[in-house]
Design a protein around this ligand. Sequence first.
Ligand SMILES: N[C@@H]1[C@@H](O)[C@H](O)[C@@H](COP(=O)(O)O)O[C@@H]1O
Length: 268
Amino acid sequence: MKVVIQDDSPAVARYGAYIFREQLQKQPASVFGLATGSTPLSLYRELINSTRRGEISFSQVRSFNLDEYMDLAPQHPQSYRAFMDREFFNQIDIDTANTMVPPGDAANPLTACSEYENAIAAAGGIDIQLLGIGRNGHIGFNEPTSCLASRTRVKTLTRQTIDDNARFFDAGEFQPQLSITMGIGTIMEAKLVMLLATGKSKAKAIKDMVEGPVSAWCPASALQMHPSTVVIVDEEAASELSDPDFFKHIEQQNQALLARLKSRRYPS
Ligand SMILES: N[C@@H]1[C@@H](O)[C@H](O)[C@@H](COP(=O)(O)O)O[C@@H]1O
């Protein structure tokens, strides 16, 4: 697990956007796994601006969102489909027919889950899976005690997650208690996993994910077993790590190595 510590949230977004841009320049028909929540918003803003400047294009991209509330119509402003359309898809040149979000209003959610898995496989798998993290260490809606090999399925939300997300719903309004989420096993098959976290409220989850035992009690800790995960955090989210300076040192070494490789002259 590569841990990159940046000064603040805008720097986290810039670092993440750089990796997405490189992937798109190398492979315009990439498959992206996307996330909702407030954390990825500034990354999306960076990518929208890059698209407007003509540096990248999403015209050949296919995307699969991590999760969706159950029992919310896609038109509901708090559905993750509506969030993605509003915050990202409507502002880039992606073909919306190529953007998949689990259908929270499916007549048969169980069939919908296996169809979602099949669609990811048919697309050739996910090149970059973007993740945020819940305060309890959840990824997608894989709450603590989730099976670390789970596939896309219906999950019950914990009280903490319901409370954390209550701010998006009006008082007295129906708030979903169930979700459809990619499983941890699904996420683990992405070629690259990029997890972003900012702010003090995520510090404990980041410590548990990076240092804790691999445990269903912190679902994100499964990423310790993923061969290519980059965790990009700000100073506050990194503040409970035992040795943040070591990660900063590694990053300096990596950047120096990259610069050396770029400046190297090869005989023609
Ligand atoms: N299902 C989403 C997660 O995918 C997200 O990572 C988490 C954290 O959201 P935020 O970035 O707003 O803290 O919220 C929700 O529960």
